[in-house]
Design a protein around this ligand. Structure first.
Ligand code: CA2
Length: 149
């Protein structure tokens, strides 16, 4: 059975393509989600994309993901740097997850250098634009293939 991956995008990523293309690229959220679905299909996987500006929506998806998905790829956007709730949700989530950022957060303001979820993630990708999502899908496939169960 093909792995089924949940891709979560956090607050303001619905604004992709409208502002700050020098930081986040010119693609819209629709473009990014199509790119993820194509990348997943190329790898023989399935993915479902979800974006929300609300912390509780993201927490809810993380809480219920294990019933339907094999892994999670998340760009928690600004909640990366602030959300104890998302950290706590991942702490009780049995699925492997990978943290992704479009921009290189370490080349930006200091408040973006701290992530409250990195310590729980299998790995973190930042600075590769939309390619980071494709790289995360490749890494997730390897992680799931090497599981022992
Ligand atoms: O680089 C990333 O992917 C971020 O997760 C994006 C977040 C930022 O708070 C993180 O520090 C790094 C912000 C997403 C906002 O996206 C916009 C896109 C276009 C126009 C306005 C906002």
């Amino acid at each position: 059975m093909a792995y089924n991956i949940l891709i979560l995008n956090g607050p303001n990523l619905n604004m992709l393509g409208t502002r700050e293309p020098e930081i986040y690229g010119a693609q819209t959220l629709d473009d990014l989600e199509n790119y993820c679905r194509e990348s997943a299909a190329t790898l023989g996987m399935k993915c479902t994309c979800f974006q929300s500006n609300l912390e509780g929506d993201l927490v809810g998806k993380i809480q219920t993901a294990a019933a339907e998905f094999d892994g999670i790829i998340i760009n928690a956007a600004a909640y990366t740097h602030t959300s104890v709730a998302i950290h706590d949700a991942f702490k009780t989530c049995p699925l492997p997850f990978i943290e992704v950022h479009l921009s290189n957060v370490y080349a930006r303001e200091e408040f973006r250098h701290k992530s409250l979820i990195s310590s729980l993630a299998k790995g973190v990708l930042c600075g590769f634009g939309q390619m980071g999502y494709s790289l995360a899908l490749q890494a997730m496939k390897e992680i799931l293939n090497s599981r022992e169960d």
